[in-house]
Design a protein around this ligand. Structure first.
Ligand SMILES: Cc1ncc(COP(=O)(O)O)c(C=O)c1O
Ligand SMILES: [Zn+2]
Length: 405
């Protein structure tokens, strides 16, 4: 049922076995990816199973007999958003709402695979660095699997909802005086030294779960969209989604591919900077800053995979300002009733910008991935919407407040 697979280096092509615990090529230091044999599967057959990550198990390379660790992730709504489409200046706009996952973000798609892999490798402990959602997700899946979970976070820069999740699910949470990039470097060194299984998106097995977002979009929409917009932080998600679309095409399930649209926050945009300059030289952003803390990353490990996804798909890339992010977040919430966290709104803000520039035609169809739930970052909401007005509990006071002009 599960496909045959191997790990391959993106740089030199060296191959590794499925059960080698490595995060970079030992020959050239490049990123690794999981390669699967295209399965003989049909959407009609797979669609007989409940929608969610494991509907597409023919594409999910786990070891035969592995005990799957799941919280019923995936199967998130694809909302058609007519009012938002009008606001963004495009005929057809959909939101793939990843906030509806068990821990409230797309990370759950990757963690079901990643923690299943950790279990089948016999690991007792897992770890990650995080801007918040990875830690929320990993701590929940580790709890479900009975594994110890270590989490390293940038101090003071993680939204409260995400921190609350990691704490309540019993992770050992450490904060460091530094940014996400510092935390990631530390956790990579720690994992290698202590033999803890690392579940940041540098681990290619996680992306195998995240690629199912592409499968679901095809399943729910009935075809491949023209564009797919996604916020980029550490750049695992855009890479995974592109891999998903490419694998469906390789397996003969679809014929088309979307143009991938990678959006970064202005203050944390090393990938967009590089693509703009076309020099081929990647320069990290030393002090990334944005209201969208989930994508506040200056040195994304998966940047080569993101660049490949955008180039292979003849896609788009752009930055959006914090004001544009907050405006989009509010409009999504006001006119469509969908509550997303700031990073998620970057994809929608990016669409408005791309239609204004004519990069996305007015008659186009675009799917925006909204990666995380509004409740993840309540403090940002209070900052941008203000606190409610407090009054004494009497009718006169409430009437005066609501009906006097
Ligand atoms: C809500 C949200 N959106 C977007 C991203 C960026 O995803 P990636 O790091 O895979 O590019 C993250 C990553 O933490 C996230 O939590
Ligand atoms: Zn290599």
């Amino acid at each position: 049922m599960f496909p045959k697979s191997l790990i391959r280096c993106m740089g030199c092509g060296r191959e590794y076995g499925n059960n080698e615990i490595i995060y970079k090529c030992q020959n050239c230091g490049s990123l690794l990816e999981v390669i699967i044999e295209p399965p003989k599967a049909t959407l009609a057959e797979m669609s007989k199973r409940p929608i969610g990550v494991w509907r597409y198990r023919e594409f999910l390379p786990v070891d035969e007999g592995a005990e799957v660790v799941s919280l019923q992730e995936g199967g998130t709504p694809l909302y058609r958003c007519e009012k938002l489409a009008k606001w963004a200046g495009v005929r057809s706009l959909y939101i793939k709402f990843e906030g509806a996952n068990p821990t409230g973000s797309f990370k759950d798609r990757g963690m079901t695979l990643g923690v299943t892999k950790a279990k089948s490798l016999g690991s007792r402990a897992v770890a990650c660095a995080s801007t918040g959602n990875t830690s929320a997700s990993l701590s929940a899946y580790a709890a479900r699997a009975g594994l110890t979970c270590y989490v390293i976070l940038p101090a003071g820069k993680v939204a409260m909802g995400k921190l609350a999740q990691a704490l309540m699910h019993g992770a050992k949470v450490i904060t460091v005086k530094g940014n996400f990039d510092d935390a990631l470097k530390l956790v990579v060194d720690l994992s290698i030294k202590m033999g803890i299984y690392l579940l940041n998106s540098i681990n290619p097995w996680r992306l195998e779960g995240q690629k199912t977002l592409a499968f679901e979009v095809v399943d729910q929409l009935g075809h491949v969209p023209e564009f797919l917009a996604v916020p980029m932080g550490n750049c695992g998600n855009i890479s995974a989604i592109w891999k998903g679309f490419s694998e469906f095409k390789a397996a003969g399930i679809t014929k088309a591919l979307p143009q991938m649209y990678g959006v970064q926050a202005e203050g944390a945009s090393p990938v967009v900077n590089m693509l703009r300059k076309e020099t081929g030289v990647f320069e990290p952003v030393m002090n990334p800053e944005t209201v969208a803390t989930a994508i506040r990353i200056g040195n994304p490990v998966n940047w080569p995979k993101a660049v490949r996804a955008i180039k292979e798909s003849k896609g788009l890339f752009d930055t959006v300002s914090d004001d544009e992010i907050v405006e989009a977040q509010k409009v999504i919430a006001y006119v469509e009733g969908i509550g997303v966290e700031p990073a998620s709104a970057a994809s929608v803000a990016g669409v408005k910008k791309a239609t204004a520039k004519g990069q996305v035609g007015k008659e186009s169809e675009i799917v925006c991935v909204c990666t995380g739930h509004l409740l993840k970052d309540p403090e940002e909401v209070i900052k941008v919407c203000g606190r409610p007005i407090e009054i004494p509990p009497d009718l006169k006071a409430v009437s005066e407040l609501l009906f006097s002009s």
